[in-house]
Design a protein around this ligand. Structure first.
Ligand code: GLN
Length: 201
């Protein structure tokens, strides 16, 4: 059966919500912390949380370089909020020592939509997600200042880019894992399925 195994990077952040959303979108979902666990998944979600903390823990757990290598090799990856920051080739305002995995030619601005108490929800139309707009939950969310030629803008909100895809890498400023609407996760699961070689089915 073509059920992909998708990891959720489980160093910090809303890991559990992504595991639930992926399972609801017909994937086998499991937490990933170590390089050996990363080697066993067909795709990976990087959750929302705090990108500086995720960055530091990824280096500490020895998983930063393996993450970069797999993303470079084309493993499908989806980052929400802090996860979007982790997938950016460049952060406009990094904290000291903050690194990213990279993979999407974009520049992100952390906390661009304001502080925790300025978090909000808004309807967002995402290219590739059929039907009604998704409910975008923005929590100290980044936005994308600019994208390179290879990156495709999938959604904007308030004149700012909030969803981007480049090849097998997908990123959203907002948190579909918190809404019970699994359409964005389904889009990602489809990307993972499409990427699997026939031998692995
Ligand atoms: N502002 C956070 C960061 O810089 C992201 C917030 C979130 O993931 N909800 O990592």
């Amino acid at each position: 059966m073509n059920t992909p195994v998708i990891g959720v990077l489980a160093l910090q952040g809303d890991v559990r919500e992504h595991l639930i959303a992926l399972a609801a979108a017909d994937a086998v979902a499991r937490p990933v912390r170590r390089p050996e666990e990363l080697a066993e998944v067909d795709g990976l979600v990087i959750p929302g949380g705090e990108s500086t903390t995720i960055s530091k823990l990824a280096v500490l757990f020895g998983v930063m370089e393996p993450l970069r290598a797999r993303v470079r090799d084309g493993m499908p990856v989806y980052g929400t909020c802090a996860g979007m920051i982790m997938l950016a080739d460049k952060i406009l305002d990094p904290r000291s020592g903050q690194e990213t995995i990279g993979g999407i030619d974009m520049i992100v601005r952390r906390n661009a939509f304001g502080r925790q108490n300025e978090s909000f929800e808004a309807a967002v139309d995402v290219d590739g997600v059929p039907g009604d707009p998704v409910e975008g939950v923005f929590i100290r969310a980044p936005w994308v200042e600019s994208v390179g030629a290879e990156a495709e803008v999938l959604a904007e909100y308030g004149g700012h880019i909030v969803a981007v895809r480049q090849g097998n890498a997908l990123a959203t400023s907002f948190h579909p894992e918190l809404t019970g609407d699994h359409r964005v996760h389904s889009l990602f699961v489809d990307m993972v399925r499409a990427n699997r070689t026939p031998e692995s089915l």
